[in-house]
Ligand binder design. Structure first.
Ligand SMILES: O=C[C@H](O)[C@H](O)[C@H](O)COP(=O)(O)O
Length: 233
């Protein structure tokens, strides 16, 4: 059986072949994106000139430690490519992201990029989004009311779901890099991700949600047979 980490690294290595000298990169978050930053750092040490915007404090720390030059979207508001992982990828390259809690910065960075390349092992491929609980980032103020409003939206969109306030392993509430909380919605199947995404944005208190619709132009999906490029790089 192939080691899942080896597959993630294969996808990351393939994505690196699309990185060129002088590019401005969005650097994703999570175990797959971590491989990409590791491999990118090796190329930087060998002389590749790039600059990156990290999508989380974890990725920032990793990139800084490895000597990958960093910038911000204030200094560099337009990026060439974001390379990031995903929790689910559907056939239209719509995604669920945010399993690691970085969805807000990830979406801002992806939207500021000319292209988003998703890197993943084949286990992330699904026919319909929703089996992975959808992360919804919310402001702490009015949490009870926001939760009720989200529950109504989920029901109206055909995917009523229990909402769970995300906690860390030690039991403390998980707080995102932006200082918000996350409600995970166990939808099982989301019939219309576009409709759900739009309606979640209309709920006051919802900061962002983990549906990435139309942002990814390409996915690099690694399986024991190799890394397949799906879509347009
Ligand atoms: O918030 C985290 C991100 O959206 C990750 O990119 C996503 O959860 C996938 O992570 P991993 O590569 O660890 O499966």
């Amino acid at each position: 059986m192939t080691d899942p980490e080896a597959l993630k690294r294969d996808a990351a290595a393939k994505a690196l072949t699309f990185v060129e000298d002088g590019m401005r990169l969005g650097l994703g978050t999570g175990s797959t994106a971590k491989h990409f930053v590791d491999l990118l750092a090796e190329r930087v040490q060998a002389g590749l000139k790039v600059v990156g915007v990290p999508t989380s404090e974890v990725t920032r720390a990793q990139a800084e430690r490895l000597g990958v030059p960093l910038t911000t979207l204030d200094e560099t508001p337009e990026l060439d490519i974001t390379i990031d992982g995903a929790d689910e990828i559907d056939p239209a390259l719509n995604l669920i992201k945010g399993g690691g809690g970085a969805l807000l910065r990830e979406k801002i960075v992806a939207a500021a990029s000319g292209r988003m390349i998703v890197i993943a092992d084949a286990s992330k491929r699904v026919e319909a989004l929703g089996r992975f609980p959808l992360p919804i980032e919310v402001n702490a103020f009015g949490l009870g009311a926001t939760e009720r409003a989200i529950a109504k939206v989920l029901e109206a969109c055909g995917c009523p779901a229990p909402l769970t306030l995300r906690r860390k392993a030690d039991g403390h509430v998980f707080v995102t890099d932006g200082g918000h909380m996350i409600l995970d919605a166990a939808c099982i199947r989301i019939p219309d991700p576009v409709q759900l995404g739009a309606r979640l944005h209309s709920v006051p208190g919802v900061v962002e949600h983990g549906l990435f619709i139309g942002l990814a132009s390409c996915a690099i999906i690694a399986s024991p047979g190799g890394a397949e490029v799906v879509g347009r790089v």
